[in-house]
Design a protein around this ligand. Sequence first.
Ligand SMILES: *Cc1c(COP(=O)(O)O)cnc(C)c1O
Length: 457
Amino acid sequence: MSNKYSEIYSYTSKVLDLISKQEITEEDAKWVTDETLNGFKEHVNPGFLEYRKTVTKDMQYAAVEWKDSGPNCFIDVNGKEYIDCLGGFGIYNVGHRHPKVVKAVKDQMDRQALHSQDLLDPLRAMLAKTLADLTPGDLKYSYFGNSGTESIEAALKLAKIYHKKNDRHTFLATTRAFHGKSLGSLSGTAKGVFRKPFLPLVHGFRHVPFGDIDMMHKTMHACHMVGEEVAAVIVEPIQGEGGVIVPPDDYLPKLRELCDEYGALLIFDEVQTGMGRTGKMFCCEHYDVVPDILCLGKAFGGGIMPASATVATEEVFTHWFENPFLHTTTFGGNPLACAAALANINVLIEEKLPERAAEIGEYLIQGLRDAAKGHENIVLEIRGKGLLIGIEFVSDEIGYEVSKGFFDNGVLVAGTLVNAKTIRVEPPLTIEKAQCDRVCEVFAKVLNEVNKQLVKG
Ligand SMILES: *Cc1c(COP(=O)(O)O)cnc(C)c1O
């Protein structure tokens, strides 16, 4: 072996040995921390270390995660436990490492890990059938990808090909939307900071204020008048990344009517709101509205595997029948991902997790509101549906201060990417009441501290 290869060989051997260990020694923990900090600084992106410093106190930015601890918590290399109220931005709906999902994936892996890419793979068919039964209305065919972004890309391409014959390529998205960061999905995403360096994006996107049906109507009509008919409207039923923004109750039903009137497709991005998060299996079920295309991701893979789906009606999907290779990806719908997704759905039903999200969500929102009493000078609003909860502060700075306080006290929350004023709380749907109580207790304590600091100036 060359010198270079022998060094790489012994380094990777050491890492493999670490991976195989359940417990970590103090000495190993130190090595892992040093290697992680150095690796991020020199080879990943030092910007992440700077970001971590803004949401942590003292030296805690260097906290390195190591293992899960039950369904709702995880532990860092130094043994500190955190209640996971970020939930991987909504990945862990059935909890961390749910045994049934882990078993399905392990069993599948022991038999066959990835598919031949040529023969018919059984789990793809079974998952697609399950989704047709699970999703509302006449949604019937599924395309599988590996990420939410990919599910959006597929939806946009599906809308384009559906409208190919009548030459429609205008898309209406909404302000504060988040649909991903690939060139296509980014065209629908709203935040200027993410978009500007990459302009021009996909041609034909316009953004309309979220929740404003009159503006949507006017824009749709204006597009019609200038001969740029709308191919599709894309929205999140409740905006996640934008800061947990719940639209007026009649917004989505009216949007459905509007799309029908103008012959535009309706795409729901339920990458974050799907799989029980908001108290129903799919958020659109709160409003009795069925989209033409439904995008799923994040929690779809059961918190174990990366997996996403784009589910569409036959009328729409039929345009991919003639040539199924028009839009494909090597790993999308692989057996491990399908096994995880099937187990995930099985668990959501067995443990009635959508109902649980509704119940515990109400409990947690009430607890957080109680904790914020007397702090109206810094907390503007606590809102949400199910276990998709946002806490809005008067400023980004206050939001970051509260995040730090939470982290210091062993609770992980998320300052949202496109609206740092709002902290998102989206724990596993399995979170216990006692853990919710602890989160509220910490919230009250942190608000007191932040307010004291403000008085001191
Ligand atoms: C996270 C998210 C995406 C992108 O999903 P990735 O898996 O990060 O590609 C798209 N839409 C919504 C609503 C999301 O929350």
